[in-house]
Write a protein that binds this ligand. Structure first.
Ligand SMILES: Cc1cc2nc3c(=O)[nH]c(=O)nc-3n(C[C@H](O)[C@H](O)[C@H](O)COP(=O)(O)OP(=O)(O)OC[C@H]3O[C@@H](n4cnc5c(N)ncnc54)[C@H](O)[C@@H]3O)c2cc1C
Ligand code: SF4
Length: 350
């Protein structure tokens, strides 16, 4: 019998790999460091997802249920791998608890870490309670509490969403685009307008990257149907006049300084490399790229390969990714891992 495939990380990428492998009759050991599966959409309480408009708890919750209920998947929660050795077809991994497990192949699906807005102090997060992140707004929406100013619980009349917080910012060492935050922000803006029709929502941007088909469904839809206003600007700082927050900077279309009052300011935070990546790189002996994400092998011939044969990677562990691409990459890595474990069985039989 072939050895199980070890999957590290139980977010959308890891869940899709586990499901694909189990559907092919392959045993899986799924190791997740927190005590719950689902990855960022579940652990961070996202609301309705882009582009399906399904609640994250239903869409990703369904992925969790089909894996948890599968007898071929051995789920280990609240633990990590602290040692890893061997060759393709014959790996052994030690869990934090001291237990050793065998694996024919491994898939790293360890995802990303949300940018911490305290690293952008001039934009007011941590200083003013009504400066929040997109994750906090997602949580307000998914909890059913509605979008409210944390300082006093009032419904905001004016909301500013600042794009590219912790992305495309060389000053703080993050030059990548986080890919999905323009679209997520347009979606959030529309949700706020639907829930609070009197609330004015402004999106401050450098460029808008509602890529592919999202341009129509989010960028144009948010302006034409929901009257969300877009302002091309360079934001310098977020302060307060004692009553309201002030977004200050330059409107880069008309080249004039701006200082605009708001009740709530939302940081559209980006996707940092997982804070565990240095440790994961050392334990699994895989290379990281210059930004700190897990380095991919060839882009075309070997999707999902890392610098170490037999160790594959999928999803936001490789860089900012959407959920649907993370799921697709999980399935691609599953096929690569399956080839390896089946190949090891064939070799043993010959
Ligand atoms: C505010 C916001 C909203 C978003 N909304 C959308 C949306 O609507 N639609 C969309 O397509 N995308 C959205 N995204 C992107 C989405 O979050 C990612 O595409 C998705 O979470 C990537 O899935 P993943 O499985 O690769 O990683 P993750 O979701 O990060 O899951 C990784 C898992 O691995 C675990 N893990 C990490 N390190 C270890 C370790 N050392 N050992 C064991 N386990 C570990 C983590 O606990 C986690 O469970 C959004 C992103 C942000 C920031
Ligand atoms: S997707 Fe949009 S908000 Fe996110 S980093 Fe790219 S340009 Fe900025």
């Amino acid at each position: 019998m072939n050895k199980p495939v070890l999957i590290v990380g139980g977010g959308p990428a890891g869940l899709s790999a586990a499901h694909a492998l189990a559907a092919a009759g392959q045993r899986v050991t799924l190791v997740e460091k927190v005590d719950r599966l689902g990855g960022a959409p579940i652990l961070s309480g996202y609301a309705k997802l882009v582009p399906s408009h399904e609640w994250a708890r239903d869409a990703i919750g369904g992925m969790v249920d089909r894996v948890v209920g599968n007898p071929l998947v051995d789920v280990r929660l609240g633990t990590t791998i602290d040692a890893f050795a061997g060759d393709p077809g014959r790996f052994s991994a030690r869990l934090k608890s001291g237990e050793t497990i065998e694996a024919g192949a491994t898939i790293l699906a360890t995802g990303f870490t949300h940018f911490d807005s305290v690293n952008k102090p001039e934009w007011g997060f941590g200083t003013y309670p009504d400066v929040v992140t997109t994750v906090q707004v997602e949580q307000m929406l998914s909890s059913g509490a509605g979008v409210r100013c944390p300082s006093d619980g009032r419904a905001p009349d004016r909301v500013a969403i600042l794009l590219c917080v912790g992305s495309r910012d060389r000053q703080i060492g993050r030059e990548w685009c986080s890919k999905i935050c323009c679209t997520v922000s347009a979606n959030i803006a529309m949700e706020i307008r639907e829930a609070l029709p009197k609330c004015n929502v402004y999106i401050y941007y450098m460029d808008i990257r509602t890529f592919g088909l999202y341009e129509g469904a989010y960028y144009w839809e948010s302006q034409e149907t929901h009257k969300v206003k877009y302002v091309k600007a360079r934001i310098a700082e977020v302060t307060s006049d004692g009553k309201r927050l002030l977004v200050k900077g330059e409107d880069t279309l008309v080249k004039r300084p701006i200082s605009i009052p708001f009740d709530m300011v939302v940081h559209a935070i980006g996707m940092d490399p997982n804070v565990d990546n240095m440790t994961l790189s050392a334990i699994f002996d895989v290379r990281l790229n210059k930004y700190g994400y897990v380095d991919k092998g060839s882009a075309y011939a070997s999707l999902g390969h890392t610098s170490r044969p037999g160790v594959f990677v999928a999803g936001a562990a490789t860089g900012p990714e959407t959920i649907d691409d993370s799921i697709a990459q999980g399935q691609a890595a599953a096929i690569a891992a399956l080839n390896l474990t089946n190949g090891a069985v064939r070799e043993a039989a010959e």
